[in-house]
Design a protein. Structure first.
Length: 339
């Protein structure tokens, strides 16, 4: 065997030896108990149905011992009194939270799509106007993004119209009318597509859409405010981030954005003075922001469902304080007053 091949073979063997070996559910439970977690025999069913990674690797962090710097101690060991049931409760809590947020985010997605299609089509009434670069922002810095938006819209039309066994609306309009109106196309776009569409639109269209949401807020709350373009873009950035997490079953309660537009403008428009703005934006900032763009009843249902969820789970944890979960969600002490 040549030297080079031997070295490669040796490295592969080392990698295989170092790889984590398969463990049965019984062995997984034993590992958890060895690390100080209280585990009942019923936990076996949860591992069988949901998997070790989904429950433990996803939600163990709150229950692990940490040093004075807040870093998890190695090797991992659970805090005194921590139980498997608590970890699963956090898993169930997060799953329920995703379901609550999902309905609200879909509602805003639908509202934004309707506003974009109406205002853009109102100004640009020619067929397939949304495929023309001249109908978008003329900012030289936005050229690449505009091209990307047009490419995405074109791809959706091509993909949907080519499906033989799918009698969707896009295929119907292509075959029977030779073009696809924007108010039809928006129903097939991702929120990411809508986000970039708004971001790349001409300034007057963005302003008009922001004014539409301002008027909607005034009708709902009988209070005049000015929802800015900056606010819509900031909300879109947050919604896009959380929409993907919710749709793909990612850990949501502790998710945050450490980059992106500032939250200060949203706070100003909501006239909030007793809430410190964090440089990061989590679930609480998302929920507050949605008040500016959702209907009053939809927002009330969202907040009521969240408050009910918190109440249902506040006594399910004993080894850690429920306030730690609220902290990870960015919920301040006075969250009930703010919502």
């Amino acid at each position: 065997m040549e030297a080079g091949v031997f070295v490669l073979y040796k490295e592969i063997n080392i990698m295989l030896v170092n790889a984590k070996p398969f463990k049965t559910h019984q062995q997984q439970l034993r590992v958890l108990r060895d690390r100080g977690l209280e585990v009942k025999s019923e936990a076996m069913r949860s591992l069988e149905q949901l998997g070790y990674y989904s429950i433990i690797n996803g939600y163990k962090w709150l229950f692990l011992q940490r040093n004075s710097s807040g870093k998890v101690i190695k090797p991992e060991h659970y805090v005194s009194g921590a139980t498997f049931d608590e970890i699963q409760s956090l898993y169930n809590f997060d799953k329920a939270l995703r379901s609550i947020l999902y309905d609200a985010l879909l509602e805003y997605e639908s509202n934004l799509a309707s506003a974009i299609s109406y205002r853009f089509s109102e100004k640009h009434q020619e067929e397939h106007a949304y495929l023309a670069m001249d109908n978008y922002s003329r900012d030289p810095r936005a050229v690449s993004s505009v091209v990307g938006t047009i490419s995405s819209l074109s791809y959706v039309i091509k993909q949907k119209s080519a499906k033989r066994q799918d009698n969707n609306a896009i295929k119907h309009y292509v075959n029977n009318h030779g073009h696809v109106p924007l108010w039809v196309l928006v129903n097939f776009l991702t929120f990411g597509d809508l986000n970039f569409f708004y971001q790349n639109s001409e300034s007057d269209i963005k302003i008009t859409i922001a004014e539409d949401f301002s008027l909607k807020y005034k009708r709902n709350y009988h209070k005049a405010i000015k929802v800015s373009v900056e606010t819509i873009e900031s909300i879109n950035h947050m919604v896009n981030h959380f929409r993907n997490a919710v749709a793909h079953g990612e850990i949501t309660y502790s998710k945050f954005l450490d980059k992106g537009p500032s939250f200060k403008q949203i706070k100003k428009e909501l006239n909030i003075s007793n809430f410190d703005v964090n440089s990061q934006k989590g679930v609480f900032e998302l929920v507050l922001s949605l008040k500016l763009v959702l209907g009053k009843q939809t927002y009330k249902q969202l907040t009521n469902n969240i408050l009910k969820l918190l109440k249902n789970y506040e006594n399910k944890f004993s080894s850690v304080e429920f306030s730690a979960i609220l902290h990870d969600m960015h919920f301040p002490i006075n969250y009930k007053d703010l919502l």
